[in-house]
Design a binder for this molecule. Sequence first.
Ligand code: SF4
Length: 341
Amino acid sequence: MEEVKPAREMWGDKRYHSLDYELKKIYGQKIYKLSLNGGMSCPNRDGTIGRCGCIFCSEGGSGDFASSPLRSITEQIADAKALIAPKLSGRKDCRYIAYFQAYTNTYAPVSYLEKIFTEALLHPEIVLLSIATRPDCLGEEVLTLLAGLNKIKPIWVELGLQTMHPKSAKFIRRGYPLSCFEEAVANLHALGIPVIVHSILGLPGETREEMLQTIDYLAGLPIQGIKLQLLHILKGTDLGDLYESGKIKDTLPLDEYIDIVISCLERLPQNIVIHRITGDGPGRLLLAPLWSKNKKLVLNSIHKQMKTRDTWQGKECKSFILSESKIGKSEIGKRGEGGVP
Ligand code: SF4
């Protein structure tokens, strides 16, 4: 009989269900992300919803690591591979995720989306597509396209919710209500397309309790992954201006961030894959918190603290009965049992 491992040993050397662990389990090897740029804009920037964008969004539309949209997708894949080549020590059998990261990657005519997504999907070294977008840019035609492509290779959709709280959503100028997000999650779930949600920790004015409320809320939805992102205040953003003019003073200190991230992990169901537990912004633009530049230190501190506390993902997770109103009628049931399996 197969030995049942305690939860703290379920995911290799980590106490949470990391993306790295999940990809190695599925593909038998490490899978690398290639940031691509489909050359799209964002309705929150082009005047359709707003002109200024989300308050934290950099000029690159949160896609500062992607290459030029003037290059074809195949050329961008080659560029992005060359960028990470030094990490791969000459390995020839690498496989990659095509990550459409900059701006809103379903904000274009469906024929164009089909062209660029298909070009990426058909690349022999690409195992799946991850598409970052807004929930208000997932109309019926786009969903039909994604569902069709999902039959060729897996498609993931990343949604930047950031917070469940209307006052914070207003402050960051997110530009859509929670109901819009819930509808998108339900639609994607009904089509069998995995959803990864971005949640920002450390938004100005949000308490620890409010951050955890967002996590509890997400824990009850049919999502497959989450990015826990430390708020990065970047130069050249409206948030950066507020910070530089002294209107925003406090950012999370490292020890507080570690404590909050661990509490988030404890509350998340064990089947939700953790895609990120740190910030993700270009170091050259970072104004605060500066400690986050040392990513290794942040990650090591989280791992060490989880061991010291003898805790793990899902330890404090309650059972969730998914309600019809939240997820549509396709999945009603119990999930997210916490504690030791
Ligand atoms: S939705 Fe994304 S791309 Fe658009 S303004 Fe907000 S962060 Fe930037």
